[in-house]
Design a protein around this ligand. Structure first.
Ligand code: A3P
Length: 406
């Protein structure tokens, strides 16, 4: 039996009072935690707010795409409706875009442009190859945060390898209305089965009026690429940086040689039968330079006016002039001018006075502008003879004489 309490004491009412204070405290703590969580999620740090994942059938190539609510470009109309993507023109009413805001300076990863990156896992400019479909749609949260959203590219630098594609992309990135993924996505040649949602996730965020771009030079010589890009959007603008095919072949060889110093000489790889003068067109260094042949395939899917051919030679001798043509083609204000470049004597190439997101001068890295080995002049002459008819055809097709044949 419990001992009786002290006379006159009333312990019973004190207990509900402390319980009610405790309950209020708990309630306050819960609401504080909830607000913190919501704030955290709005800042896009939250990975657990997954909406229902919807599988979308019928993407080009038969792959299955995945989307989350708010993933509007894929949700409405699918990839065969080109008007769904271009940022500057033809946006559909449901594709809300945030108000324009000043650009953030880019992080180290996005600004990295010295090396060609073979894979995109965690690559610059995007959230990497492994991003999950269960993540909250970045576009939706970005709308709340006024930080833009990821779009499929409206313009692609499709080629050519060793033409000067890195220089062009990096010069273009100086333009405030261009956002480009730094690494080469290789979506339309190597990763097409990953689907458009994966591809779009690699892209940097853009604000209203900005153009999303990427460059993958191997697209130009990939048979499937024209149809695939057209299936994404037949309005995609295509840019090809072309360079004298003989110099391009030597540059290509120089790159391989830098990685594998034990390969045979350029001269021996050039011929199937040297005494008969038979050029080995199956060697990719030679094959890529037959521009007319590759272009034929592209013109089956895209009108010529949607393609721009940039001279790799002029990109070095007059970068501002070539950039002027590119800005016009992309419908951009001519912001990149002579003032942005200086000629770096040590590098032997034009460099940027200020790289994107930085105030310092910047030249391309040491893998761009390598010293080429001396090639037997007779082999060079034979290669010139080989390319001449193809070059002439290419000049006719593009309406532009690039002057490679003297
Ligand atoms: P080389 O290294 O043979 O000289 P890509 O970026 O398509 O791989 O092309 C590489 C080529 O870009 C280089 O080939 C170089 O000639 C050319 N290039 C054009 N403008 C350049 C620049 N400003 N700085 C360095 N290389 C440039």
């Amino acid at each position: 039996m419990a001992p009786p309490g002290p006379a006159g004491a009333h312990p019973a009412p004190a207990e509900p009072l402390s319980r009610s204070i405790f309950r209020r405290f708990l309630l306050m703590l819960c609401s504080l935690l909830t607000s913190l969580y919501v704030f955290y999620c709005l800042a896009e740090r939250c990975r657990t707010l997954s909406g229902p994942v919807v599988v979308v059938g019928g993407l080009p190539g038969g792959e299955e795409g995945v989307r989350t609510p708010g993933d509007s470009a894929l949700a409405r109309g699918g990839p065969r409706e080109p008007a769904a993507w271009p940022a500057a023109q033809g946006r559909r009413p449901w594709q809300l875009r945030p108000r324009r805001r000043r650009r953030r300076p880019l992080g180290r990863e996005e600004a990295a442009w010295e090396e060609e990156t073979p894979s995109l896992a965690g690559g610059p400019g995007g959230s990497g190859a492994g991003s999950s479909a269960a993540e909250p749609s970045p576009g939706t949260l970005a709308l709340l945060l006024d930080e833009g959203s990821k779009q499929l590219p409206q313009a692609i630098i499709i080629g050519v390898k060793k033409g000067g594609t890195r220089a062009l992309l990096e010069f273009l990135r100086v333009h405030p209305d261009v956002r480009a993924v730094g690494a080469e996505p290789h979506f339309f040649d190597r990763s097409y089965d990953k689907g458009l949602a994966w591809y779009r996730d690699l892209m940097p965020r853009t604000l209203d009026g900005q153009i999303t771009m990427e460059k993958t030079p191997s697209y130009f010589v990939t048979r499937e690429a024209p149809a695939r890009i057209s299936a994404m959007s037949k309005d995609t603008k295509l840019i090809v940086v072309v360079r004298d095919p003989v110099t391009r072949a030597i540059s290509d060889y120089t790159q391989t040689l830098s990685k594998r110093p034990d390969i045979p000489t350029f001269e021996s790889l050039t011929f199937r039968n040297r005494s008969a003068g038979l050029i080995d067109t199956s060697w990719s260094a030679i094959q890529i330079g037959i521009y007319a042949k590759h272009l034929e395939l592209w013109l089956r899917h895209f009108p010529r006016r949607q393609m721009l051919f940039v001279s790799g030679e002029r990109l070095i001798s007059d970068p501002a002039g070539e950039l002027g043509r590119v800005q016009d083609f992309l419908g951009l204000k001519r912001i990149i001018t002579d003032k942005h470049f200086y000629f770096n004597k040590t590098k032997g190439f034009p460099c940027l006075k200020k790289a994107e997101g930085s105030s310092k001068p910047h030249c391309l890295g040491k893998t761009k502008g390598r010293t080429h080995p001396d090639i037997d002049p007779d082999v060079v002459r034979r290669l010139r003879d080989f390319y001449r008819p193809f070059n002439r055809k290419f000049y006719q097709m593009t309406g532009h004489d690039f002057g490679w044949d003297g």
